[in-house]
Design a protein around this ligand. Structure first.
Ligand SMILES: Cc1cc2nc3c(=O)[nH]c(=O)nc-3n(C[C@H](O)[C@H](O)[C@H](O)COP(=O)(O)OP(=O)(O)OC[C@H]3O[C@@H](n4cnc5c(N)ncnc54)[C@H](O)[C@@H]3O)c2cc1C
Length: 411
């Protein structure tokens, strides 16, 4: 198993349960230290719509040139970026976008069921909350669009309800102090939230007990191919270069997956940078408990124990992981405006990560073209939501079983 983020550790767990001997390698000293480190925390089954949808081109143009825009594209001489952007534009076509939405919804529903079952089985604690997600709608126009969205979600088997402001405040009393107009919210009561990193690290403990081996500080430099089959990997460790032998290799390297897969350019996974800030709560009586999504700004806010995590923004700037204070400041400004004095902003922890994003937002799960090589990667903005289901389906595929969701698995 290459990679110990959400995708790698969940895959290791389900493969071990299916009877495989599993070794997980990762270049970091522990699990979930890259993109799975401090995400928005949402298990957001109610948001299966891909970023590539018919309204995306107009939205992107509207935001062009604004340093605090939810989506920022820095045009650069990067062929991978241009290839990805062209493919993204194609996926915005209504029929493609609708097909991708159906696939993501099916996998997300299955994934939430898997997460719940795993939590119950192992007694995992990761600051989870099961009070749903409120998608906040600021004006009449957003409210009208939400009516159509609710009907679409219903057809996909995802239950939501439209609430007016009073209804929102009943679900989340902290919204009573929000100074802005709030036309209502689309409420997905079955959605959840929780700390992805804590989940992964708890699962590592359980996986170890179940016999999974973890090799950290181990960088994969190349796949080993023997007789036309994936046969392991070459890795660099603090003690030198070593050869890993395996009957099957699973790639869960997030944005770095294409670099290690033969013909990886076809995976079309591009890093889409996002930011989060985590702030300590100082007024628990006024802090939101229910996870929130500010629809117009693409900002999410999740309560993680005594902290609040605010996350969002998308930036196409390659693999650059440098901080951009304007982007984090926009998240904090949103939070302070709506929940003034609820958290200690001076102690905010800033983070950014690279979402491994395909043009369609549909991840690659299943057999790669090379025999013996398997993929579970490219989960983009929904890697936490889709983690358990993707991994469980991968285990089904690797043991010759038919996975439950109707999804375009690689076979
Ligand atoms: C700001 C932000 C907010 C988000 N909010 C949400 C949310 O609310 N809900 C949701 O569902 N999703 C959310 N996501 C998306 C989610 O976090 C990602 O999809 C998910 O973390 C991807 O997991 P992964 O395991 O594929 O990648 P990673 O977590 O990056 O794991 C890949 C692993 O591979 C290792 N690796 C890479 N190269 C090598 C190498 N050569 N050798 C050895 N190891 C290597 C890395 O160290 C890393 O541990 C958010 C993402 C961001 C950035």
């Amino acid at each position: 198993m290459l990679g110990a983020g959400l995708a790698g550790v969940t895959s290791a767990w389900y493969l071990r349960q299916a009877g495989f001997e599993v070794e997980v390698v990762d270049r970091q000293p522990d699990a979930a230290l890259e993109t799975s480190f401090a995400n928005g925390g949402q298990i957001s089954v109610s948001h299966p719509e891909p970023w590539s949808n018919p309204s995306a081109p107009a939205t992107i143009i509207k935001w062009l040139g604004r340093a605090d825009a939810p989506l920022l594209v820095r045009p650069r001489l990067d062929p991978a970026l241009w290839r990805w952007a062209l493919a993204f534009a194609r996926e915005c076509l209504p029929t493609r976008s609708a097909r991708n939405t159906r696939a993501i919804a099916a996998l997300a529903i299955h994934s939430r069921d898997c997460l719940r079952a795993l939590r119950a089985q192992l007694g995992l604690c990761y600051q989870q909350r099961t009070a749903g997600i409120l998608h906040l709608l600021r004006d009449h126009r957003e409210l009208q669009a939400a009516e159509q969205r609710m009907a679409t979600l219903q057809q996909l088997g995802i239950a939501t309800e439209l609430l007016d402001r009073a209804g929102c405040e009943r679900v989340e009393p902290a919204l009573a102090a929000d100074p802005d107009e709030l036309a209502g919210a689309l409420y997905a009561a079955d959605d959840e939230s929780g700390d992805a990193r804590q989940f992964v690290q708890e699962l590592v403990g359980n996986a170890r007990d179940a016999g999974v081996r973890f090799s950290f500080d181990t960088t994969v430099s190349a796949l080993r191919i023997d007789d036309g089959r994936a046969a392991g990997a070459w890795v660099a460790t603090p003690d030198g270069r070593r050869r890993l032998d395996a009957d099957a290799v699973v790639v869960c390297l997030g944005c770095h997956s294409p670099a290690l897969v033969p013909g990886g350019a076809r995976l079309a996974i591009y890093p889409v940078k996002g930011y989060s800030v985590t702030v300590p709560v100082v007024r628990p009586d006024r802090a939101p408990q229910v996870s929130l999504t500010e629809e117009s700004r693409r900002i999410v806010c999740s309560r993680l124990g005594e902290q609040l995590r605010i996350a969002g923004t998308a930036e196409l700037t390659g693999f650059d992981l440098g901080p951009n204070r304007t982007r984090s400041a926009a998240l904090l400004a949103w939070f302070e405006h709506h929940f003034a004095g609820v958290a200690r902003i001076a102690d905010a922890e800033h983070w950014c990560g690279l979402r491994p994003t395909t043009p369609s937002n549909v991840p690659h799960i299943g057999a790669a073209a090379l025999p013996g090589l398997w993929l579970n990667t490219g989960h983009g903005s929904l890697g936490w939501t889709l983690a358990c289901g993707s991994a469980q389906c991968l285990a089904d595929l690797m043991t010759g079983r038919q996975p439950r969701p109707d999804f375009p698995f690689h076979r």
